[in-house]
Ligand binder design. Structure first.
Ligand SMILES: N[C@@H](CCC(=O)N[C@@H](CS)C(=O)NCC(=O)O)C(=O)O
Length: 211
């Protein structure tokens, strides 16, 4: 299989981390999003939505969503389980993963995309039509991130990881979001969020965090 990847982007990093946790590797092709390589005919012939990550399986099947790719990898490489263990835990991990994606990742995307000069005419990613950036959405993205950090800090006062006692996909999504928010979106974890900082140091020390 082959992963179309982009080193600086947070969603492809989620898949790289997931693969590293599973000990899975495959062919990798870097696609330059800022330079617009994801919008070329060549890439759109592979992945029509023009988004990264995209995983192409050996039989030609194209998977173009991070969590769908992770689902496939979990089914084909069950250990270690990153999407939960029993029916209740699986549901809880999925809920927490969605909280991280909707409340964190999307806010970080808004904060970055709507402020980055290179994306002035690319307010939404991918190939389906151009939408201008809206600068006010960058401010709202940062406000949403601060709200998310506060909620995360409360949750992490009660548990070691985002979805309880075990590391899961929810931690991967959250780590990739925090690092992207702190770097590209210039919205780091506030000093008062000591529980988030404790968790961040712990998950950042995993070898997969460098994938
Ligand atoms: N929900 C999708 C989001 C994918 C996405 O937005 N990827 C970004 C990189 S993090 C992208 O490819 N952007 C292309 C662009 O900005 O044109 C997933 O998780 O795979």
């Amino acid at each position: 299989m082959k992963l179309y990847d982009s080193k600086l982007a947070p969603n492809p990093r989620r898949v790289r981390m997931f693969m590293a946790e599973k000990g899975v590797s495959c062919e990798n092709e870097q696609v330059d999003i800022v330079g617009g390589e994801n919008l070329t005919d060549e890439f759109l012939a592979v992945s029509p939505r023009g988004l990264l990550p995209t995983l192409v399986l050996d039989d030609g099947t194209v998977l173009d969503e991070s969590v769908a790719i992770c689902r496939y990898l979990e089914e084909t490489h069950p250990e270690p389980a990153l999407l939960g263990t029993d029916p209740v835990n699986k549901a809880h991990v999925e809920a927490r993963q969605r909280h991280m994606e909707f409340d964190g990742m999307l806010a970080a995307m808004d904060a970055f995309r709507n402020a980055f000069p290179g994306f002035r005419e690319r307010g939404l990613g991918g190939s389906v039509g151009k939408v201008d950036a809206i600068p006010a959405l960058a401010d709202r993205g940062k406000a949403s991130l601060l709200r998310w950090y506060a909620a995360l800090d409360r949750d992490l006062a009660e548990s070691q990881y985002i979805a309880g006692d075990s590391f899961s996909i929810a931690d991967i999504t959250a780590l990739c979001t925090v690092d992207f928010a702190a770097g590209a979106a210039r919205c780091p974890v506030p000093d008062e969020c000591a529980n988030v900082k404790r968790w961040h140091a712990e998950v950042s020390s995993r070898p997969s965090a460098g994938a």
